[in-house]
Write a protein that binds this ligand. Sequence first.
Ligand code: NDP
Ligand code: OXD
Length: 307
Amino acid sequence: MAILLLLPDTKAEQLAGLLNKKLAGEDIRIWPETGRPEEIDVAVVWAHPHGALKNLPNLKLILSYGAGVDHIFNDPDLPVDVPICRFVADSLSRQMADYVSGVILNHRLRLIDYREHQAAGNWHPWMPRRGNKVTILGLGQLGQATARQLNTLRFDVTGWSRTAKTLDYCHTCHGQDMLTEAVCEADYVVCLLPLTEETRGILNGTLFSAMKKGAYLINVGRGDHLNENDLLDALYQGHLGGACLDVFSEEPLPSVSPLWRHPRILITPHIASVTDPENLADYVVQSFNALKQGSSLKHLVDRQVQY
Ligand code: NDP
Ligand code: OXD
C-alpha cells in the first residue's frame, strides 16, 4: 500500500518526514514522483493538479490536507467512487474560535482606530462599541466551536445551518427561508460555511441589505462566498460598518485589488485556522490504519452536499 502526497510548497516534504517516522516501513511518495500508479491506495491532497487522481486506478481514499474540500470538488476529473475524508482537529477549531473572537473584540474595542490615533499622537478616548449580537453562518466543527467561545465571552450568538439543530450556547435556525431572519439583527455576521453550489456567492448585496446598518462582516469561509463588488458598494453606501476578510477568490490577493486599500476592510492572508502538520500526520496514520483494517473512516465527506 502506498500513500501519495499531492501538496504545494514544502508541505509534502514536511508531511513525508513526519509520516516516515510514524509509519516506518510504509511507502510514502511525493507527487509527481508517483512511481507505479496502480500501487497508490491513499492520496493526501491540497489544491492538487486537476486530473492527477484519475490516473490512480486502485485509489481507495482521498484525504484533504485541510477542513475544506472545495479544492477537491474543483477537479473535473475527480474519481467518482473514491471516499473523501477531510481534516478535523481541535487545533483547527480552537484557532478559528480565537481568530473570530479576536477580530470581534478588536473591532468592538476600536484597537485599530487607536493605532491610527497613536501614529498621529492623538489622545481621544471612545466607549467600546455596544453591539453584542453575532450570527455565524455554518454551525459545523468550526462554527460550533466559535459559537461556544463567543457565548462564554457573553456575546449573544445565533447560528445558521442547513439542517435543524438545538444547542445550549446559541440560538439556531436553518435553511434558506431563515437566512434573512438569521442575519437581520446581527452586529457581526461570520461566514463559516463550506463552499458548495448552494453557498457560492451567498455574501452578496441581497444579504447585505437584510443586515443591520453598521453591521460588520467576517469572511473566513472561502473567497467565492463573497461578491467583492457588492461588499465595496455596501461599505461605500455606509450600510455595512466594515469587514474582515481572510479568504479570497484569488489567493494571494492581487496587489491591484481595491480591497487592500479600503480603510474599513481588515485583510489577513488565509491564516484564520492553519493545519498543524503533526496533527494532520496523526490523522493520516489513523485513516491509513482504518483502511488497512477495514474499519470505518472518520470525517467522511458527503458527495451529495459537497462537504
Ligand atoms: P463543517 O462541514 O463541519 O460544517 C459546515 C456547516 O455549514 C454545517 O453546519 C452545515 O450545515 C453548514 N452548511 C453547509 N451548507 C449549507 C447551506 N446550504 N445552508 C446553510 N448551512 C449550510 O465545516 P467546518 O466547520 O469544518 O469548516 C467550514 C469551512 O471553513 C470549510 O469548508 C472551509 O471553507 C473554511 N475554513 C477556513 C479556514 C481559514 O483559515 N480561513 C480554515 C479551515 C476551514 P449542517 O450542520 O446542517 O450540515
Ligand atoms: C482549510 C483551510 O480548509 O485552511 O483547512 O482553509
